[in-house]
Write a protein that binds this ligand. Structure first.
Ligand SMILES: O=C1O[C@H](COP(=O)(O)O)[C@@H](O)[C@H](O)[C@H]1O
Length: 266
């Protein structure tokens, strides 16, 4: 059970005693959104990130979710990807495949990973093209207020520097307003070449979850959630503010340890 379900600036905060409890609730949350989306739209368009997120989703491979989730209706994308071969250890696709997608009955043709044989620039363009086709056929919804895709759920992690997807602090991609998917070749965290959803796409989703664990991220969590040091350039995670969608932060106690005035009440 979450120790706190407080709402702060439009963000719902869920804080857990440990990562095991967080994983259980995260699996429930994803399964419920999947069910609601399949009921409403007939499909579930979900965008994953890499990093620690995938192991935190591992309960989805277990009972009851492995049987109860309508996996055939899932369409899977990546909010960011490292531009490396799909079998490379740095690949977010490989991480998700090994940790989740190979263990549940998703439809292989519904897994939309990037073209790993071209440059970062071309991979971003190709990925946006694929997303545009799927918006046209409404596999991915469309925003009511712009032409942006409206994913049913975008799952993000956050680095200790406050980056989300491959949107890094003070990088010019934070200002990208036109493209849905863009690229960088100078990521401060290796590998340097990456593609990433832009903020307009992230903020057009119906649901966004930011999943953060560990004490090394406590300071960034405090800066974002408590709006500490408001004069400092915004951390990318702070710019995640869905226009009409829901935003939930899943934190373990260590990641939440520097939050102002958090009351750990159940
Ligand atoms: O490089 C990346 O880092 C972030 C955060 O990873 P974590 O291991 O600290 O959770 C991740 O969300 C992103 O997808 C990935 O490319």
């Amino acid at each position: 059970m979450a120790l706190s379900g407080a709402k702060k600036d439009g963000r719902q905060l869920k804080i857990y005693e440990n990562t095991d409890e967080l994983s259980t609730d995260l699996a429930d949350y994803i399964a419920e959104l999947s069910e609601a989306s399949v009921k409403e739209r007939g499909v579930f368009a979900i965008a994953l990130s890499g990093g620690s997120l995938i192991s935190l989703m591992s309960k989805l491979c277990e009972a009851p979710y492995n049987k109860t989730v309508d996996w055939a209706k899932w369409y899977i994308f990546w909010a960011d990807e490292r531009v490396v071969a799909k079998n490379h250890t740095d690949s977010n696709y490989r991480l998700a495949k090994d940790g989740l997608l190979s263990k549940v009955p998703v439809v292989p043709s519904h897994i939309h990973s990037i073209n790993d044989t071209v440059s970062a620039e071309k991979a971003a363009k190709d990925y946006e093209f694929v997303i545009r086709q799927l918006v046209r056929t409404r596999i991915i919804g469309v925003s009511d207020i712009s032409d942006c895709p409206k994913f049913d759920l975008i799952l993000l992690g956050m680095g200790p520097d406050g980056h989300v997807a491959s949107l890094f602090p003070c990088h010019s991609v934070l200002d990208e307003k036109e493209e849905w998917v863009t690229f960088i070749t100078d990521s401060p965290k290796p590998p340097p070449e990456r593609i990433t959803f832009t903020l307009p796409v992230i903020n057009s989703a119906s649901n966004v979850a930011v999943v953060v664990t560990g004490g090394s991220k406590a300071e960034a969590v405090h800066l974002v959630i408590d709006d500490a040091e408001p004069d400092r350039p915004s951390l990318p995670a702070k710019l995640v503010q869905p226009t009409k969608g829901n935003l939930v932060w899943f934190l373990d106690k260590a990641a939440a340890s520097k939050l102002d005035g958090t009351k750990f009440s159940e």
